[in-house]
Design a protein around this ligand. Structure first.
Ligand code: ADP
Length: 251
């Protein structure tokens, strides 16, 4: 496969079925380093399954994906060690944050680097403090998740994903579980990450946000990427009738 070194992700022909339901029918795309890609498309078109496949939370049935420095060929069984290395290349932010309720904000962020990565405590703590400042929660270290708003909790979730130092951050509808007035603060943090040069893939229904933040938009429909391009191409001037219909419904 062609694999430009500046691509953080090279995905080739990802396929995934659940029983008789073929959800991903051969998905290929690249994400250049330091760019943001948004995935839009109707409910049930396979967006979440695609993200989960990239992180190998769902193991694809076929396809070759390189993320960061690690390539996985899912047409065969990927050895456990390689799968662990592959997973560590990407960090996931979910619809709802899944924070540990009995741990403080700071402990939630340091848990992965300390326990999973076994990195030095002083360094991990300093990085976590820095990350919490970056997501606007410098004064919340010692609070528990239940003491925070949904938007603040989601920002802890983002800091937690970043603390694992992934090469790519994957967001699965990061604002869809939030009250409308809390959406902006989370999108603003993601926008900052894009400006700072993180490599991001974001599944979202927030089309205006997608227009602002994306270098690349992928429109998925029925398990394929039907249309791809810049926001100006896909959102403002879609070529495919189904993209147009989707955007008319959502805008
Ligand atoms: P989207 O994110 O675009 O709404 P999903 O990837 O969530 O789409 O779902 C696509 C299809 O895959 C749906 O038909 C859904 O029912 C099916 N699906 C997703 N995850 C599972 C699973 N773990 N088991 C069985 N079917 C699943």
């Amino acid at each position: 496969m062609t694999s430009a070194p500046d691509n953080r992700i090279d995905a080739r022909d990802i396929r995934k079925s659940f029983g008789d339901n073929t959800v991903l029918k051969g998905i290929s795309f690249t994400v250049p380093r330091g760019t943001a890609t948004t995935i839009i498309g109707p409910s049930g078109s396979g967006k979440t399954t695609l993200l989960r496949s990239l992180n190998a939370l769902d193991i694809p049935d076929a396809g070759v994906v390189r993320i960061g420095d690690v390539e996985a060929d899912f047409s065969g069984k990927v050895p456990r060690d390689q799968l662990r290395d592959y997973r560590a290349q990407s960090g996931m932010v979910f619809q709802s944050h899944n924070l540990f309720p009995h741990k403080t904000v700071l402990e939630n962020v340091t848990e992965g680097p300390l326990i999973v990565q076994r990195r030095p405590a002083d360094q991990v703590r300093a990085e976590a403090v820095e990350l919490l400042g970056r997501v606007g929660l410098a004064d919340k270290h010692d609070q528990y998740p239940s003491q925070l708003s949904g938007g603040q909790q989601q920002r802890v979730g983002i800091a937690r994903a970043l603390a694992l130092q992934p090469k790519v951050v994957l967001f699965d509808e990061p604002t869809s579980a939030l009250d409308p007035e809390l959406v902006g603060e989370v999108l603003s943090v993601i926008r900052d990450l894009a400006v700072e040069g993180w490599t991001l893939i974001i599944v979202t229904h927030e089309i205006q946000f997608a227009r602002q933040v994306s270098d690349q938009v992928l429109f998925t429909d029925r398990g394929v990427i039907l249309e791809r391009g810049t926001p100006a191409e896909v959102i403002d001037d879609p070529k495919e009738e189904r993209t147009r219909q989707f955007l008319e419904r959502i805008l």
